[in-house]
Design a protein around this ligand. Structure first.
Ligand code: UDP
Length: 437
């Protein structure tokens, strides 16, 4: 019999949700991550009491009540609303595209005037059925906004001409004939108080995180949940989801006998690579569990044998500045082609410039984001969901389906430009199928 029911590869959102639910259903779960930290790309690191979004800005937003209720079990969300500012050669515009943007661009005052302006530019461009991102953008907001606020940013972000990009990417952005700078059309939005790392730690049951060096020595002996961290209180949430509500899952302290139904556990090891030097899944790890939940890149799992799927990567240049305010907003997008970075994030504004005690923070941390084509060794961030990659993904998906003991999930495992809420929804759906809940 295997040591664990599940080996979860990747301690990001998908892996953490799955691990949590599996433990709540009485399973023994081993979670590993190649990085030295949990939380995948939503990882936040504390610098001068600022929760820095180390792998890019993440603003939680959803229309899915089930997902919103779910995340409330692990974090309190603040009232942050994303309202990025666009900087085009020093001209500032409101995002997403709304009456403030149209007024600044054209001097129009009423929604009718704005709609007429967009319509006349669309007509002039002669677009009836948009076939790519450029045509889609012009037909949504007209040529001026496309040229100043979309073209440069998108081509920097994706490294491809807008005519070669799928239209759906731009449909992520709302277009409104109202004075509303909320970047998302979402019923629920916010940032977890204390940072995302804390939230994911709570999903992992407050597990004590083991580092790679321990692995193999005492990994099997140390149950992460034997020493619940400060987030252990969150484990109580399992009582509702646990098959056996009397024994709270994922917390060894309340589990006298680990064989009890509804008495699972989560063990977390970071700094452990699933792949060996040759790029194949490590046999010793594989043998530890009955089933695997793999949340890494799907093509990497198969040693890229059908070819490389394309991803965009991001390089961050972080600076700690000895001043309280750099740009007055969490996100400023540089939408001209000439500025080499796509955007600058000033992390403290995700939490209104306050630390966890509610005090003003005298310093600030900013991150310039540079987008690049992914190459082996880089971190993959964005799947390039165009036709060519879609076809290759389908081939990998066939291989994945034939791996009956492995579940592929998450942005990289499913090669989908998922937002966080969609990742969680996808993980919860998988839990229902896999764990029968
Ligand atoms: N976009 C743009 N100008 C902006 C912001 C976004 O043209 O100022 C386009 C760009 O093509 C981008 C897409 O809208 O890839 C989706 O933007 P979103 O903010 O959703 O991207 P993410 O936050 O996931 O990087």
């Amino acid at each position: 019999m295997s040591k664990y029911d599940y080996l979860v590869v990747g301690a990001g959102l998908y892996g953490a949700v799955f691990a949590h639910e599996a433990a709540a259903a009485g399973k023994k779960v081993l979670v590993i991550d190649r990085r030295p930290n949990i939380a995948g790309n939503v990882y936040t690191e504390d610098v001068e009491k600022i929760h820095v979004h180390k792998y890019g800005a993440h603003i939680f937003h959803t229309n899915d009540g089930r997902v919103w209720d779910y995340v409330q079990k692990f974090a309190t969300f603040n009232r942050f609303t994303n309202s990025p500012v666009a900087n085009f050669h020093g001209e500032l515009y409101s995002l997403p595209f709304n009456m403030y943007t149209f007024n600044k661009m054209w001097g129009v005052v009423t929604p009718e005037e704005a709609a007429e302006k967009i319509e006349s530019q669309r007509r002039e461009a002669g677009i009836t059925e948009p076939r790519n991102l450029e045509e889609q953008a012009i037909s949504l907001v007209g040529t001026d906004i496309y040229e100043k606020l979309i073209k440069g940013y998108t081509e920097k972000q994706w490294g491809r001409p807008c005519t070669e990009l799928p239209a759906f990417i731009i449909k992520r952005l709302p277009v409104r004939l109202t004075f509303d700078n909320n970047y998302f059309n979402a019923l629920y939005q916010g940032i977890p108080v204390g940072g995302y790392t804390k939230m994911v730690a709570a999903m992992l049951g407050g597990a004590a995180i083991q580092t790679g060096e321990d692995f193999g020595k005492d990994a099997v002996k140390v149950s992460a949940n034997a020493q619940p961290g400060s987030d252990a209180a969150s484990v109580a949430a399992d009582a509702q989801t646990c098959g056996n509500a009397a024994s709270v899952a994922a917390d060894a302290q309340t589990c006298e006998n680990e064989t009890n139904v509804g008495c699972g556990s989560i063990e977390v090891h970071v700094g452990v690579d699933f792949f060996d030097e040759s790029g194949a899944p490590r046999k010793d790890l594989r043998a530890l569990a009955d089933r695997v939940v793999y949340t890494g890149a799907i093509d990497a799992y198969f040693g890229y044998k059908l070819g490389y799927l394309e991803y965009r990567s991001v390089r961050f240049e972080n600076e700690l500045l000895d001043k309280p305010n750099f740009q007055g907003n969490a996100a400023v997008n540089y939408t001209d082609r000439e500025t080499p970075w796509t955007r600058i994030i000033e992390h403290k504004w995700f939490e209104f410039g306050k630390d966890d005690e509610g005090n003003d923070i005298p310093k600030t941390v900013i991150s310039r984001e540079y987008s690049s084509e992914w190459k082996p060794g880089d971190e993959p961030y964005y799947p390039v969901n165009d036709e060519k990659n879609g076809k290759l993904y389908e081939e990998y998906k066939k291989l994945a389906d034939a791996e009956t003991d492995v579940i592929f999930g998450g942005r990289l495992g499913e090669y989908k430009y998922y937002d966080m809420d969609k990742v969680i929804a996808s993980a919860l759906d998988m839990c229902e199928r896999e764990l029968g809940k």
